[in-house]
Write a protein that binds this ligand. Structure first.
Ligand code: PHE
Length: 339
């Protein structure tokens, strides 16, 4: 209770209305309400002061104070509505409707080459093979020479090569290249490890050739190599047969035909029966004694088999892809089709 003299209701009302116009937020409105209409607010005090007045003044002063208070309350309600409306309009401008269902973010997919390579890797892992990788920029020595393909050997024509300018020899001859197959890893692995060896090597290869529906200048291979005492062609056949059954189905038939690769003897190509046709999917053979020797192994003690397959070819079979150029075209309409 205050003993302050009664104040002029009209003066306080005018000051309050002024201040109310300047209050621009819900917090400012609340502060204003406490100042003027709160329990010890200025207008509240005027009303209380009325009781202290001489009886003949009370009626008029009371009526004036009540009226002023009503005006303030009314105007406060109006201001509140105005501020809320302004706020709602602002929110509407950058409308976030939190009740809408979320938009799905596009998921990435595995490339079909990756899918097939992982499948192949898993099958050979299951047969005790390790997985190794090697360089795409390779020495002539590993890509050719240690694989029984000396300089000027006609078999070099099998591999159209991207030669690199780095490390030219004194006569200007090339010594480095983009590997034309994953077979150089046979030499690298044998050179660095002792038998028994069971390894597969997935990786990119490059060939300098005109591209068409069945030829790309960049592709993948998966090399396989097993070396130990007493490895025979029967081991090669069994391993690849098991692979084909797991990869293409338990009824899959396979066919071996003689083929020539300088680094194997005998050499074969393997085909699988696929929808009534024989389709060649890999080259293979027994590691050539010259290759064992070049890596420092005694071919009278150790024998081995090797194979090399193209995952893009296998993906084309499995998914019915009719043009190898799709693999590198980066067209999402193509890529989206694979999981
Ligand atoms: N490297 C051979 C090629 O690219 C495939 C192959 C690998 C053949 C291993 C026999 C043994 O065509």
């Amino acid at each position: 209770m205050t003993d302050a003299p009664p104040q002029d209701a009209a003066a306080i009302r005018d000051a309050a209305l002024d201040a109310l116009e300047r209050a621009g937020s819900a917090d400012a409105l609340e502060a204003w309400r406490v100042e003027y209409l709160g329990r010890s607010g200025r207008m509240t005090q005027v009303l209380r002061g009325v009781a202290q007045l001489p009886p003949d003044e009370r009626r008029a002063a009371g009526a004036a104070a009540n009226e002023a208070k009503t005006v303030l309350e009314q105007r406060l309600a109006d201001r509140r509505a105005e501020i809320e409306a302004a706020l709602a309009e602002g929110l509407g401008a950058d409308a976030i409707d939190v009740t809408l269902p979320g938009r799905p973010a596009p998921n990435g997919r595995y490339h079909p080459s990756t899918i097939v390579m992982r499948e192949i890797e898993a099958i050979f892992r299951g047969m005790g093979f390790q997985v190794a990788e090697g360089p795409e920029v390779e020495w002539d020595r590993y890509n050719f020479e240690m694989l029984n393909i000396p300089k000027d050997h006609p078999a070099r024509d099998m591999f159209d090569t991207f030669w690199l300018d780095a490390n030219r020899d004194p006569d200007g001859g090339f010594t480095t290249l983009l590997r034309t197959h994953t077979s150089p890893m046979q030499a690298r692995i044998m050179e660095a490890h002792q038998p028994p060896i069971r390894v597969i090597v997935p990786g990119k290869c490059y060939r300098y050739e005109a591209t068409d529906a069945t030829h790309e200048s960049q592709f993948h291979q998966i090399e396989g190599l097993a070396v130990d005492k007493g490895i025979t062609f029967a081991n090669l056949k069994h391993t690849l047969f098991q692979f084909a059954r797991q990869m293409f189905g338990p009824e899959t038939r396979i066919r071996f035909r003689c083929d020539y690769f300088p680094f194997v003897e005998p050499g074969v190509d393997m085909a699988i029966e696929w929808r009534g046709d024989w389709l060649e999917i890999l080259g293979a053979g027994m590691v050539h004694p010259n290759v064992l020797r070049a890596a420092g192994y005694d071919p009278d003690v150790y024998t081995g088999f090797a194979f090399g397959m193209g995952p893009e070819r296998i993906a084309m079979l499995k998914y019915g892809i009719n043009d190898v150029r799709h693999f590198l075209a980066n067209d999402v309409r193509f890529l989206r089709q694979f999981r």
